[in-house]
Design a protein around this ligand. Structure first.
Ligand code: ADP
Length: 241
């Protein structure tokens, strides 16, 4: 699904969090929203998701204006920084959750749900955890379960907010490769928020560099790497070279 963002603005009191954002995201691509803390990345993600209303502007999914559509109608899967897994449910129940709460007419049969959950757990290579509880898993494993859970409802779009931010460097590096591989398999249009330049350069098909509520650069990792328009990226590249 393609996403068109037109002239989106958002204020919190006197503070202009987003200032006339225009952005087009291509079907099946993995886009990183990269920028320093407070640059408006999460606010933009939440507006795309329907968790937050913009003050003005339009969002189109496949050309259709969805600005008035409720979050539940937008076909979005979420993964957040702090694992939002249900502690009192097993891994199986967590991944199945989005399917079991569907209206009766749309709900798959129990057997179909079981098959789907097992396939998803195989996809994230955690089939053996089905009967465990989140507390029995490592942080990285929990985020992989969170990914499986987000995919269970076959989202048209996957939105990830600092998905690996709470993990240590080694696990984060592993999960980046994971996200990339998974994305290559399922090709769902995905957007992830990060303030980690290396993560964006390594994982994304396209990078949107944000600063003070505006987009400063939008390009492939190669373009952003070769011509960093933003000091946030430029200094980082200076540091690693
Ligand atoms: P980022 O994700 O890039 O760190 P955010 O989108 O979370 O940035 O926030 C952008 C700015 O908007 C920040 O200065 C933040 O304090 C402010 N902000 C975000 N959400 C709210 C809110 N609900 N109420 C007031 N200010 C907010």
């Amino acid at each position: 699904m393609s996403i068109h963002i037109e002239q989106i603005s958002k204020r919190f009191g006197q503070f202009q969090a987003l200032n006339q954002i225009n952005l087009q995201l291509n079907t099946g691509e993995l886009t990183a929203l990269l920028g320093p803390s407070g640059s408006g990345k999460t606010t933009l993600l939440r507006i795309i998701a329907g968790l937050e209303q913009a003050d003005s502007g339009l969002i189109r999914f496949n050309q259709q204006d969805i600005s008035q559509q409720h979050v539940s109608e937008r076909g979005v899967g979420f993964v957040f920084q702090h694992y939002a897994l249900f502690k009192h449910m097993t891994v199986f129940e967590n991944v199945a959750y989005g399917l079991t709460v569907k209206p009766k007419k749309l709900r798959p049969s129990k057997a179909d749900i079981a098959k789907k959950v097992h396939n998803l757990l195989e996809l994230v290579q955690l089939g053996w955890t089905a009967d465990r509880y989140p507390a029995q898993l490592s942080g990285g494993q929990r985020q992989r379960i969170a990914l499986a859970r987000a995919l269970a409802v076959e989202p048209k779009m996957l939105l990830l907010d600092e998905p690996f931010g709470a993990l240590d460097a080694k696990v984060r590096a592993e999960l980046r490769r994971w996200l990339r591989r998974l994305h290559d398999e399922i090709h769902v249009t995905s957007v992830f928020v990060t303030h980690d330049q290396e993560e964006a350069l390594e994982v994304a098909d396209r990078i949107v560099v944000m600063n003070q509520g505006q987009i400063e650069q939008h390009g492939t990792p190669e373009q952003v790497y070769d011509h960093p328009a933003n000091p946030f990226v430029y200094e980082f590249l200076g540091n690693v070279n």
